[in-house]
Design a protein around this ligand. Sequence first.
Ligand SMILES: N[C@@H](CCC(=O)N[C@@H](CS)C(=O)NCC(=O)O)C(=O)O
Length: 237
Amino acid sequence: MQAAPITLFDFDSELETPFSPKVWAIRLLLNYKEIPHKTTYVHFPDIGTVLAAAGAPPTRQVAPLYTVPAIIDGDKAISDSRLIAGHIERTYPARPVPLQGDAQQLAVRNVEFLFYPLIVPNTMNHLDERDAAYFIQTRRVMFRKELHEICPPSRREEAVRAIEAGLIELSDFVGAESHEGWVFGKDGPAYADFELLRLFLWLKIAGFPGAWDRIKELNGAKWGRLFIAAEPYINIE
Ligand SMILES: N[C@@H](CCC(=O)N[C@@H](CS)C(=O)NCC(=O)O)C(=O)O
């Protein structure tokens, strides 16, 4: 029995809807499993201080050391989306969402990096001045280039086509979707469905406009149907 709602840490932004992809996977999981929770928003430069104070461990060995999602559930503070998903599934087994294995996780990872060029350069436009300065500086180190060099307008079409090619391969890997529209889970969603949906939500919320409208139609609109299956769980608490 849950003593208090779970605290879910996410990044603040000037958008109406939070955009951090890995947090969305956990939010979809919590919503699907009907687990009470409340989002706590953190500014990018404050993440280390806030999560260390909450007792959530760092997830990386080089800066940025601390990442969202992190949760507080009773006396436990947990970081890293897969560890959080494992904890949630073990602690709240009703409405099961199987974590499946490495192959499914890898299949999503293989398309994940294709989304970066269409989202990362645009993200600074959604942040306040202090967050944007932090974002520009950290991404310069991560990508070893300036944000505007990651995907100049002349390369956007190429970036959309790269996602399309990746999703065509993914479509072969997952095969036919369930009658509800889930592509990894056959009797309801698997966690990999939420990991894939987080990329679609990230693109839709924070990416260059128009890309999602093309992608959702691909592979006989398989991805659009997956999104429709998830729509009841796209709520922010
Ligand atoms: N392995 C971690 C990675 C999470 C991650 O990279 N989160 C991003 C946001 S989606 C983050 O917090 N980045 C820290 C930063 O940008 O400073 C997980 O799966 O939870």
